[in-house]
Structures are given as structure tokens and as C-alpha cells.
Design a protein around this ligand. Structure first.
Ligand code: AMP
Length: 421
């Protein structure tokens, strides 16, 4: 290996990571550590428990993966030593892909475990005694109960998107899995929000955790987000307008139900778009094909339910279109966070009807500012009959209005990465 390949990219040198990982970081193309990595990597290397309050997209996978890989490389022992639990198959695959890149120059083995694919292949792969297991709680628990997945030697546990696991009803499974882990281990828990159940889990799990908190109650500065008032029956026409007239080359369209996602993707395909749906009624193979096709640009429109709202990291998504508003303000931030990633600009456009006013009021209150209103050409009359909500967000907006938008955003950005011990 040449000397230059072992020099860590600026900023990564401070961590003193194993040389093979430095090569992995270089091959991943990372030039400098993200705020969450600056905070989490030293704590992880010290063996501390970590509570990371951050969304996917912040660089948190490398933040937890690098210290645990470094530790694995210090002692040569086979079999599951790291367990990473994630709520969805897509997120588990994405975490595994990132770990694979970072550990590319090591001999560490990894296995992903999730439902919807044959168990036999997974059981066979376990015979190779991988050091790292990344999986979804259901399948991990099944294999653990069958006695084929033995977790008695796990040194590090990572729970990623713990709040999403709670939303999906996985926390009881997670707690059962934990019963089979050794008491002495390092625990890292990541969540974007902390509902009561997740807080209780964190309290039970973490000992004197290092807390890394990234501000996430506002959209990233790289996202240009706006509302389009529209009557329900005209949503399809407006979608067509945005997809064809607005320099949209890669879009995720979110719908409220699985049925609407499937039907809308079919309608768009018939209208000549390269569209595919992603929703919970699809088999694992269909979901993988849809994601792969979207990543590789075979499809340029992914019509999805909220299974794609979090965690999915596909670069270069130019538009997020909320065909239906999400259930909660938090999900709004998750959804629109699929674009404007890694310092690239993105557009998020939310179709709102008269019945979405309560949602809008709550979302603007959470963000602390009104969401700008946009009118597409030819749809002016749709907005005319609708009114903007009044109340909390307007008052906050008035208070903030003497501060330029960029300034407000950079003030928020400056708050990012602050840590409490
Ligand atoms: P994550 O929050 O882990 O899903 O990361 C979001 C994206 O950021 C992934 O595509 C990572 O590969 C990428 N990423 C993570 N850390 C860095 C870094 N230091 N520099 C550039 N890209 C990064």
C-alpha cells in the first residue's frame, strides 16, 4: 500500500482509526467528518454508550460504524460481536452497504437478516460466523429463538431509528432480543424523536450515555419547500404539471395509503412516466427491485407510503411531492428530508386541501415559520378558495421576520452537533 492511501482525509486523522478503515473512508469519498461523527466517534471509541438524537442523512451510520469496526479489528474473534437492529429492510440494507464500504479493506464478515427472504440462506450464512449482524427485529428474534443465531458474545448493540421501531410496534421484540445479549456491552441508540416508550427503553438500556443531539425541528437549508393548495380531484393534474414542467428528474411522491400508492404509480406509468410504487403490500423481492430501479434511475418516480419516509438515502432526488399530507408534522420533516441531501438543493412540494388545515397549523408551529405558498401556472383558481391557517406559526413567523431566512438557517446549523455529556 502506498503511504498516501493510509493518510486519513482531513479531520478523520484525529480519531486514530485502524489503517484499513482509513482506506475505507477514503474509498467512500468522505472528505471531512460530519458533526455527528465528530461527536460520536470519540465516544464510541472510548467504549461509551451513546444516545444519538439525529435523523438518517446526517452521517450517523458511519458515526456508529467506525468505532465498532475499529474495536472488532483489535481482537480477532469470529461470530456475532456486533448487532445492529433497524426497523425496515431498506434501512438495514442501507446500513449494511455503508458498513461494507467502510470495512472493504478488512476481513470482517457481515450478514443482513430480515423477513421476506428465505431463512435457509440466512441460516447457512450464519455458519460463516460473521462478526457483524444487521437486521430487523422480527427475523433476528425468530433465528435467535431457533437457536441458530447466538448472541451471547455481542459486544456492541446499535438500535437505529428506535422511534420508528416503536411506531412499527417492534419494541417488544427488541426487548426480547436484548434478553439474550450479555449484560456487559456497549449500547448505541439513535432516534430522531423520543416518544415516552423510546425514552424508557433508552433509560433501561444506556449507562451514562454520551448524548449527541442534532437540531432537526426544521427542514435543512438545502430544501426549498412549499405548499400548493389544490382541490382533491385536481391533484393528479397538478402532479403531472410538477413532474413534467418543473425540471424534475427524480421524485418521490408520498401518498397516504398503500392502495393509493399502487394505483397512482400505475396511472403515472400509463401516462408515460417511469414510475414504480413502494408500499408495504409488496413482497421483499418487489420492494428490492423498486428501490434498486429507483437508485439506478431506471425509474424516475417512486410513489411510496411512509415506509420510504425515513432512512432512505438515495442521492440526487430533485423533488419530494406530498400528494397527501403526512399524518404528523414529524413525518413531514422525514419525508422532505429525502431531498436536499448532502448539500445538494432539492424541492419539496406539498399538496394541501381544505381538510388539511389542522395538519398545516401543527406543522408550521413545529417548524416555527409558515411554509411558503406556491401556485402552479394554470392552478391559480384552486388556491383562491383556500385560506392560510392563522395562529401559532404566524405569530412565530412575525417575531422572526426581521431576521433574514439564511441567517435563521445558519443559526440553526450552528446549533447542530452540540452535545451534552
Ligand atoms: P446516513 O445518515 O448514515 O444515512 O448518511 C447519509 C449519507 O451521507 C450516506 O450516503 C453516507 O455515505 C454519507 N456520508 C456519511 N458521512 C459522510 C462524510 N463524512 N462525508 C461525506 N458523506 C458522508
Amino acid at each position: 500500500m502506498s503511504a498516501s492511501t493510509s493518510i486519513a482525509p482531513a479531520g478523520f486523522d484525529r480519531f486514530g482509526l485502524h489503517e484499513t478503515l482509513v482506506r475505507g473512508i477514503r474509498s467512500a469519498g468522505f472528505e471531512s467528518p460530519r458533526p455527528i461523527q465528530l461527536e460520536t466517534i470519540p465516544a464510541g471509541l472510548d467504549g461509551r454508550d451513546v444516545l444519538g438524537l439525529a435523523q438518517t442523512g446526517t452521517g450517523k451510520t458511519a458515526a456508529f460504524a467506525l468505532p465498532l469496526l475499529d474495536r472488532l479489528l483489535k481482537v480477532n474473534r469470529r461470530g456475532p460481536r456486533v448487532l445492529v437492529l433497524a426497523p425496515t429492510r431498506e434501512l438495514a440494507s442501507q446500513i449494511a452497504a455503508e458498513i461494507r464500504t467502510l470495512s472493504k479493506f478488512t476481513r470482517l464478515k457481515m450478514l443482513t437478516l430480515f423477513g421476506g427472504v428465505s431463512m435457509r440462506g440466512q441460516v447457512n450464512a450464519l455458519r460463516n460466523r460473521p462478526e457483524i449482524v444487521v437486521g430487523c427485529p422480527g427475523r433476528v428474534l425468530d433465528l435467535q429463538r431457533q437457536g441458530v443465531l447466538r448472541l451471547g458474545q455481542v459486544e456492541t448493540l446499535v438500535l437505529d431509528e428506535a422511534d420508528h421501531m416503536f411506531d412499527m410496534g417492534f419494541l417488544p421484540d427488541v426487548r426480547k432480543i436484548l434478553e439474550g445479549l450479555p449484560a456487559r456491552r456497549q449500547n448505541l441508540l439513535f432516534a430522531a424523536t423520543m416518544p415516552g416508550e423510546v425514552r424508557r427503553l433508552a433509560d433501561d438500556l444506556l449507562t451514562d450515555p454520551y448524548v449527541v443531539e442534532l437540531a432537526n425541528s426544521a427542514p435543512a437549508a438545502t430544501i426549498d419547500h412549499a405548499l400548493c393548495w389544490i382541490a382533491e380531484p385536481r391533484k393528479r393534474d397538478l402532479l403531472e404539471h410538477v413532474l413534467t414542467r418543473e425540471n424534475c428528474h427524480s421524485a418521490i411522491v408520498f401518498t397516504r395509503t398503500k392502495h393509493r400508492a399502487r394505483r397512482l404509480a400505475e396511472q403515472l406509468s400509463r401516462a408515460g412516466h417511469k414510475a414504480v410504487s413502494l408500499q408495504g403490500n409488496m413482497s421483499q423481492g418487489q420492494r428490492d427491485r423498486a428501490m434498486r430501479g429507483f437508485r439506478t434511475r431506471r425509474y424516475d418516480v417512486l410513489v411510496a407510503t411512509d415506509i420510504a419516509a425515513r432512512g432512505i438515502d438515495v442521492s440526487g432526488i430533485s423533488h419530494v411531492i406530498n400528494f397527501d399530507v403526512p399524518n404528523t408534522p414529524e413525518v413531514y420533516l422525514h419525508r422532505i428530508g429525502r431531498t436536499g441531501r448532502s448539500e445538494r438543493e432539492g424541492v419539496a412540494c406539498t399538496f394541501v386541501t381544505g381538510s388539511d388545515r389542522d395538519w398545516l397549523r401543527a406543522t408550521e408551529r413545529m417548524i416555527g415559520a409558515p411554509i411558503p405558498h406556491r401556485q402552479a401556472e394554470g392552478f391559480e383558481s384552486d388556491g383562491k378558495h383556500e385560506q392560510r391557517p392563522t395562529g401559532g406559526a404566524r405569530n412565530v413567523a412575525r417575531k422572526q421576520s426581521n431576521r433574514p431566512r439564511r441567517l435563521r438557517q445558519s443559526a440553526r446549523a450552528a446549533g447542530r452537533g452540540s452535545a451534552r455529556r
